[in-house]
Design a protein around this ligand. Structure first.
Ligand SMILES: NC(=O)c1ccc[n+]([C@@H]2O[C@H](COP(=O)([O-])OP(=O)(O)OC[C@H]3O[C@@H](n4cnc5c(N)ncnc54)[C@H](OP(=O)(O)O)[C@@H]3O)[C@@H](O)[C@H]2O)c1
Length: 276
């Protein structure tokens, strides 16, 4: 279990869907008390069955008690509803709250416009492995966020995986193209490896199992190894062997690297278009 870093709240979570729910689970595991958190989420249905009863869930911002002064307000709603949601929380700027947004493609300037001058804002790009505490989150803060507020936001994201900071917000589209969208590329790799297995004669169920366990196990090995990915690849490639025969295709002209670079460039360009 990660350490809560001494954070005792209060924390206001706005939106408790897939990503907000994963974060809430991580914070509870981290030791943040359930009664130090308040959740605003209009969908009070079975989806939220995993929210412990001790965590108060409100249907809208109007239900927040007047004396509630959060140290941090986390926006975890879809980018499309941000414009309607964010102004409801502007009153917490005066209380000195930091606003942490996980919305893809929504710039810091959007929150500054909608919360008012002086709002401390931290934007973060997490990814879906956060649901199993193996996420990668990249954070970027505005000048109003103090060192303590940055540490607080970094600590909250560390509850669901690794964290890194960027000082240049324009690189968030590149981050999104690598780690934000990246899980989908890896899922597609599993699909492709399984399909290739079927094409060399394996039964589909077995091929899918081999592909999944190979990708998951290799990722885990890479994570725990002192060697980088290049060395790990070299370690399993005997000259003239089967792995080398495959890598001559994957690393040959028109192989995986130019394809991956083109894919990441396309995602980065799309991110810039969506954010414009
Ligand atoms: N999932 C990912 O892989 C991922 C990765 C990186 C970043 N993100 C970012 O994370 C954010 C949330 O994504 P998600 O996948 O978790 O979406 P999600 O599962 O749809 O969660 C959003 C939740 O917010 C609720 N909501 C809607 N309006 C609200 C309001 N006015 N006040 C409070 N809550 C409200 C939604 O309820 P209803 O369903 O009833 O509308 C829903 O439960 C997005 O901004 C996304 O860009 C997601």
């Amino acid at each position: 279990m990660a350490d809560s870093g001494g954070f005792s709240g209060p924390l206001l979570l706005v939106g408790c869907g897939k990503m907000g729910g994963a974060l809430l689970g991580g914070w509870l595991d981290q030791g943040i008390a359930a009664d130090a958190m308040l959740v605003v989420e209009p969908a009070l249905d079975t989806r939220h069955g995993n929210v412990p009863a001790e965590v108060t869930v409100l249907a809208n911002a109007g239900g927040i008690p007047a004396n509630f002064t959060p140290a941090v307000v986390v926006f975890a709603v879809k980018p499309q509803v941000m414009a309607e949601v964010v102004p409801n929380y502007a009153r917490f700027v005066a209380d000195g709250a930091v606003f942490l947004s996980i919305a893809a493609g929504t710039p810091i300037s959007f929150f500054e416009r909608n919360l008012g001058a002086g709002a401390a804002v931290v934007r973060v790009m997490p990814n879906t492995p956060a649901a199993v505490r193996r996420g990668m989150s990249v954070l970027c803060a505005n000048d109003h966020a103090s060192a303590a507020q940055r540490d607080l936001c970094g600590g909250l994201m560390a509850a669901v995986g690794d964290t890194a900071w960027l000082s240049d917000e324009t690189l968030m589209d590149a981050v999104t193209a690598v780690s934000g969208s990246g899980p989908a590329y890896v899922f597609h790799l599993i699909e492709c490896l399984a399909q290739a297995g079927v094409e060399v004669g394996l039964e589909p169920g077995l091929a899918a199992r081999l592909a999944l366990q190979t990708v998951a196990g290799s990722g885990e090995l890479a994570r725990h190894s002192d060697d980088d990915a290049v060395q790990l690849r070299i370690n399993v490639t005997s000259p003239g062997g089967t792995t080398q025969a495959a890598l001559e295709i994957l690393m040959g002209e028109g192989g995986l690297q130019p394809l991956m670079t083109a894919a990441v460039r396309a995602a980065e360009k799309r991110g810039r278009e969506l954010g414009a």
